[in-house]
Each structure stands twice: as structure tokens, then as C-alpha cells.
Design a binder for this molecule. Sequence first.
Ligand code: ADP
Length: 556
Amino acid sequence: MTKKIFLSIITVSFLAVTAAIILLTGISYKYNAASAADNLRQSCTMISSAVEQSGGKYLDTTDFGALRVTWITKSGRVIFDSKQDPDRLDDHSDRQEIEEAMRAGEGESERYSDTLMTKTVNHAHRLSDGSVIRVSDVQSSFPALLLKNLQPLAVMLTALALFSLASASIISRHIVRPINDIDLDHPKTEKSYKELAPLLKKLRKQNGRVNKQMIELKQSREQFSLITESMSEGLIVADQKSNILTSNSSAYTLLGAEKNEGDHTVFSLCRTEQFRRCIQDAMGGRRAECLISTDGGERKVIASPANSHDTVNGIVVFVLDVTEQQQLETMRREFTSNVSHELKTPLTTIYGISDMLASGMVKPEDISSLSNDIRNEADRLIVLINDIVSLSKLDEGTAPRQDEEVDLYDLAADIISRLKLSAEEKHVTAELTGDHVTVFGSRTILDEVIYNLCDNAIKYNNEGGSFTVKVSHIPMKAIVTVSDTGAGIPEKHLGRIFERFYRVDKSRSRKIKGTGLGLSIVKHGVSYHGGTVRAESAVGKGTTFTVELPIEKRKG
Ligand code: ADP
């Protein structure tokens, strides 16, 4: 704007000055021309009267300076010329000024020479004898006058231009300053031009509206980020160039990425090939999913395109923590393969023996022992299937939920008595100590929990060993410990004994009947009641299992 005003002032001043110069030169030219014509007329009258009195002698003896004096006879022949030889001049009767003078007594004319840029002014006077005296003067034409004065004019113009430049610069800045000084956030009408008042008022109103919208926008952004930040799933929204528009902390945590300031694309969050392809698919307009492994665990990435009219405007990416799901999936696969294996072993034995019996190749005295083997393997199968069924029920939450008050001490006493035979077989003595502590829960499941622990305490005990069941409580918790004097469990196995089908010493365990599912059932049964179970063991000394169950009554 300053520049525009500046240029306008400069142009206007330049045009005004130029016009003034031309006008002034024109006026002075006109004035000079008029006075020169006047002088010419006077000179002509004077010379004419001198010729009237003294005749041609006057003309021959007088120096006329720059003036050209010509005497023309009535017939138009030149008889005297102060500048040229009269004999060489042609007939002048057709000259405008001569014609006029012959007709009216006085005549005038002007003739221009474009090449010489001059103007010849003529004045003619008729004498009493009918001849004509003509006085001519050569003057500069208007363009010639301008050209003649070009140098002083140029100097003047330059001086004026410099002056205009300086003043235009000051004036334009002065004009623009109040506009520049307007505080656009808080425009005040009284401090600026009157003409700008409506605009400033409008601006003030708009500022108010924008501020209100900004506050609303900020509030909704805060609300949005509050919601997304509380999500455990990762959320990323990106534009069509994959630049992140919004994201929550979970997205960074789950992908193991650092939240850096500045521009970054979705691709910078995870460098794996699967992730890159998944995002690219979504960018291409296709919903895509992938599984990626990070240091923190397994992640599922779901990327969906945000389309409008067949154009992908951006993408929405969800990142889910599927570590547990993946682990469960692995466990399920292992479980299925273990179940098949465990079922196959006794069945193969049963099949083999029955095949031998059917072929009639077995000696009659061996039949009883082989039948016994079949029975043992069938027993093993039944135990295994029972365990699998219990575990499945616990897994699916379909275990009988007839919760009731269960006295753990009485339950333990009952279990010990049920295991009396197998304890005696191994010469293991059992002891029950503690108090009558009652919990609210499933008798069947609690029975399975304590039974499995006591059964193990006998199975994995040494000949002549012992085990103790102690029922006690601390505030809000019932505690059941089963300690034995068996071989113990090496430290490296202790963390895995609760896994399905995990058996510490496979070759030794072969001899001891078991499925590897007992402690899994214990763990599930305890967590069904909201409790915990842990094992402590010292190799060669024995093992202690501690079960902690909440005492408060469970509803439903
Ligand atoms: P199993 O049917 O083999 O007894 P469990 O799940 O009950 O299966 O136990 C898993 C493994 O933990 C057993 O194979 C055994 O090696 C070990 N174990 C369990 N209880 C004891 C114990 N009281 N003393 C020593 N080892 C034990």
C-alpha cells in the first residue's frame, strides 16, 4: 500500500510538473509571439513610411539586422530584399500577406519549417503607389523553444523529481502509519481513519466470533484428547499424505515409539514391513490388518481408509495389545496337541494289548496281567479326560457355580481321609492343623484344588515321608498350606509347574501317575475364587503350596 501511494504521488507530481512546464512554456511562447508580431507590425509601418518619404535609398542605406525587408511592386515583382538578390526571387503576388496587403492595405502570415523547426512571421504594408513593403522575422517554433530550454528544464525536472521522491516517501508513510498501527486483535475506531471505522467494527465483531469458536474448538479438542488418552487402544488419525493429525499416548506406547515434536508420518512409528504394507493398503483405500511383534508384546494393527466420494482423505489406525490373546492362542494350540498326545499313549497301549489278546497268541497265565494293564491305561484315560473336562469347564466358566459356605478345615479332613489308601501305600503320613475357616465358594472346585495338592504331596513324596495341611486365616483371607517332605522342585521349574501338561522330570513322572494338568486345575480353581496360589520348594527337603482365598461372601 505504501508503495502504491508512493508511486501515485510520484506519478501525479511528475505529470503535474510536466504539464505546468508545457503550459507555462506555451503561454510564454504565445506572449512572445504576440509581442514579436506587434514589433514586426511597428517596424513594417516605420519602414514603409521611411520608404514613402525617401524611396529606395532608405532601404539601401539601412541595416535591418535580423529582420528581412522585401519591397514588392504592384505587379508582384521583388525590387528589394535585404537578405537575397531580388533578381533571383520569383513573383510574390501570390504570397498570402502580399495579397492581403494589396487588397486591404495590411497583410500578415506565418510559415512553418518542420525541418528547421522555425516559424517565419511576415507583415506587409501597402504603400501609396500600390507597392508593398514586407518585413519578415524568423522565430523558433514551440517544439524548438522546448528543445532549446531542454537543459534547464531537465535540471528543474530532476530537482523536482528528487523533491517529489522525498516528499512522496514521507507522505505515503504518514498516510499508511495509522493503518499499520491498527491492533488487529483489538481494533479501536477512534485511533484510525474515519473511513475505516465500519471495517474495524466488523473486524471487532469477527474477532469476537473467532475467539468464541477457538474456545469451543479448544474445549472439544481437550474433550477428544481426554477420551482418546484414556483409551488403552492406540489411535492414530492421519491425512492422505500419512502425516499424523491426531494420536494418543497408547499408540506410541504400544508401538514402542517415541513421541517427538514436529512433523512425522505414521510410518515413523513402526519400521516393520507388515506395518508399512498395512498403512499403504489403507492409503490405497483398503481396510487392512496386521500382527506385529514389539519389545512390549504382540500388537494387532487395524488401518481403515477415511473415504469420501471415492477419494481417500486420510486413515484411522487402531493398535491393540493382543499379547494375552496370542499367548492364549499358543496355549490352546499346545493344549490340543498335548491332549492328542496324552490320549494317544494309553489308547495305543490298550489297542496293542487287545490286538495280542484277539490273536490268541497270549499265554493263558499272562491274560490276567495284560487285562490289568488295560485297566490301568483305561484308568489313566479316565483321569486324563476328567482333568481335561474340569479344566475346560473352568476355562469356559461353565463349572458348577453353586456357591456355598465351605469349611476348609472339614474339606481338607475329608480329602485326607479319601487319600488314606494311597498315602498308606507309600507310607506317607498326613497331618491336619489349624482352624475352621469358612469361605463362600464352590465346594466341588475347592475340593479339586486341595485334593490335587494333597495328591501331589503324596505322589511326589519319599517313601515314609509326610505332609501337612494347615488351614489358617488373616484378616479377610483364608490360607491353606500343603507342605510335604518330598524331593522338592528345582528353582528353574518352579515358575512353570502351573502350565498345562508341564511335568518336571518327564522320565521320573512316567512312573508316577499324572497328567500334568493337576496344578493347572489348582490355579484356575483358586483364581475362580479370586485367590492366589504360590509354590516354594527346596530340593531334597520338600515343597509348600500356599493358597490364599478371600473370605468375604461372594454374591451370586
Ligand atoms: P501331575 O499330574 O504330573 O501331578 P501337576 O500339574 O499336578 O501334574 O504337577 C505338575 C508337575 O509339578 C508334576 O509333574 C511334578 O513334577 C511337579 N510337582 C507337583 N507337585 C509337586 C510336589 N508336591 N513335589 C514335587 N513336585 C511336584
